[in-house]
Design a protein around this ligand. Structure first.
Ligand code: SF4
Length: 128
């Protein structure tokens, strides 16, 4: 199985506990969160709409909400991608292990998570 994931979603998936924008978003995110835990899954990285965005009600004309918000989201992705190799196709388990070691403190995710509306529901952020 192959997944395409935007950079900041590598963090969101680690904190996901069933909250989301609507029912189909949550169902899709739940499924992707299972797929990414398989050792047979390969992941390509992006800073554009991905396999999570495709079921999101905020995705409009290929943008996350609007131009301004889309730029904010892309800069969160770019911050994560700057610590990885965005041209590489990763084994899912290796990628999440690597991500966990890089983003391992509140300081390390400051530019990515500090303005996120899901702070209180995100186990990844809460456990840092
Ligand atoms: S469209 Fe925006 S809010 Fe929706 S999943 Fe993608 S990045 Fe998140």
């Amino acid at each position: 199985m192959k997944l395409i994931l935007r950079g900041h979603h590598l963090l969101c998936l680690q904190g996901f506990q069933g909250y989301g924008y609507d029912k189909s978003f949550v169902e899709n995110m739940t499924e992707i969160n299972e797929i990414r835990k398989s050792e047979n899954t390969l992941i390509s990285l992006t800073n554009a709409p991905d396999d999570i965005c495709k079921a999101c009600p905020n995705l409009k004309d290929g943008l996350c909400e609007n131009q301004l918000q889309n730029e904010r989201i892309k800069s969160m992705d770019d911050e994560v991608l700057s610590k990885l190799n965005p041209t590489k196709e990763y084994n899912a388990l290796d990628l999440f292990n690597k991500t966990e070691t890089i983003f391992n403190s509140k300081e390390s995710v400051d530019k990515i998570c500090s303005e996120c509306m899901w702070h209180k529901e995100c186990l990844f952020y809460q456990n840092l």
